[in-house]
Design a protein around this ligand. Structure first.
Ligand code: HEM
Length: 221
């Protein structure tokens, strides 16, 4: 009975997060009307006109185009049922995903991190996030080629969690607005928390689950 209740709770939680994720991604895409052409009075581009004359401009457009693609591909690739029903589709989309991350999202995010609006702490947060995302994608790719599928799944799950930081960052921002947080530390902290907390949470969950299954079973017979 307890197991069934837990399973229902997990399904409800995953569905809620999924719906929230779709809504946030749509909101991000709607904000693109400020970027084509660039509107320097809009929220994100305000005050960024000088940086926009350099490589930043190319990195920015590469980033905002590759980011949603990586997020969408990630949500298809992570699905166990798609993976087992359409293994060839999983392989093809997986190759595209690795290219999108290693040639798009990660390098463009790393470049943009050097110009993060709220300073060095946020910049380092995004910089480490970019390196971690690229490393997880590369490790996942290597593991798939070597047919170490458990490792492959673990690295690519980490990679997806890191990609989802684009959504968690906005959720943290939304909560900050609701609770009236106006500290100058809020955004730099969110730049770290948006990926570190979900990643550490997942690692902890996997660790606890593995320990539960490793525990010897004591029988009275
Ligand atoms: C996981 C690796 C990622 C890194 C390292 C990264 C890094 C960054 C950085 C440094 C900025 C500029 C922040 C600032 O100057 O304050 C930015 C902005 C942005 N990122 Fe990412 N990002 C990543 C993933 C994504 C994903 C998956 C999406 C997909 C939706 C995305 C969409 C955007 C957009 C649309 C902006 C422009 C700001 C806005 O409209 O809110 N990013 N990102």
């Amino acid at each position: 009975m307890n197991d069934r209740r837990n399973a229902t709770l997990i399904v409800v939680l995953v569905l809620t997060l999924w719906l929230l994720g779709v809504k946030t991604l749509l909101a991000i895409l709607v904000s693109y009307r400020d970027y084509f052409p660039p509107d320097f009075t809009s929220d994100f581009l305000w005050g960024r006109e000088p940086a926009f004359r350099g490589i930043y401009r190319e990195a920015f457009y590469l980033h905002i185009l590759s980011g949603p693609v990586a997020l969408l591909l990630g949500s298809i690739l992570i699905s166990r049922s798609v993976r087992s029903r359409f293994p060839r589709l999983h392989r093809s989309l997986g190759r595209v995903q690795i290219a999108v991350i290693l040639l798009g999202v990660a390098p463009s995010g790393l470049w943009m991190a050097g110009f993060a609006e709220s300073g060095l702490v946020a910049g380092y947060g995004f910089g480490f996030l970019a390196v971690a995302t690229g490393c997880c994608a590369a490790m996942g790719w290597r593991a798939a080629i070597a047919r170490r599928f458990d490792d492959h799944r673990r690295w690519m799950t980490r990679c997806f969690i890191l990609l989802c930081s684009a959504l968690t960052l906005r959720w943290i921002g939304g909560l900050g607005t609701i609770f009236g947080v106006e500290s100058p530390w809020a955004y730099p902290l969110a730049a770290w928390a948006s990926w570190l907390i979900p990643l550490l949470g997942w690692e902890l969950l996997v660790h606890c689950r593995n320990r539960r299954f490793e525990r010897p079973v004591h029988t009275t017979i």
